[in-house]
Write a protein of this length. Sequence first.
Length: 256
Amino acid sequence: MIKTRNLDFLTKSKMTLLENINLEISEGTIAGIVGRNGAGKSTLISLLAGIQKCSNGSVFYDDVDIITISNLNLARRRSLLSQQSSAAFRLSIVDILLMGRYPFGKISEEDYEYADNLIQELGLSPFMKTPYVVLSGGEKQKVHFARSIMQLYPLEKESRKILFLDEPLTALDLSVQQQLLRFIKKLVQQFNLTVVLVLHDLNWVSKYCNSIFVLDEGRMCLSGNPKEVFTSENLKKYFHVDANVATNQEHITISF
């Protein structure tokens, strides 16, 4: 479980970006963080992943404050795909994927097997001979998604790994967005992976997330399951949009 207690984050100039954030995310679920631009979503996911340190309060993994976990052990427990993922030089796709194995020491034969499996699973084979620098934006995003998964191997139900994704679907075709979300859901079901993601597409969030946290001006204003969070009233209040919400037994559909 991921838990925060009275989490605040202030800039060096003392501007408050997050204030009094308290949340709990159950193991083996997909949690979505949503809100308008500037609400503090990327800052929150960075704090949850331990990339930045909070100004006040704490983040816990299984009741252990993450400030007590070494950077190496943190890197072996969780991975983060941020919005600014990039790489220079004429690296191959395999080179990028193997960067995800750096926290585990010398690259092994098993690491190459992990990479081969991901390349097949995610349909990256057509780009194997293409240098990373000449890939399209969407293709680069898909490669970095694979790298973030590489960092979590070996995946086992007892390993309690965590995947943080900040806008992972940017620049991707709709079919690829669906492919990656289905792949994430499969990992959650097979390996009890915990996933925390930031997305703007509320229909994807409603379909794949078990719990949703709505940020507004740096504060947690709403949380719950998709049917509880995504009502017409809440969408008007927190996203400033007029929307119709259709509900069936499995999920909801939002039309604007």
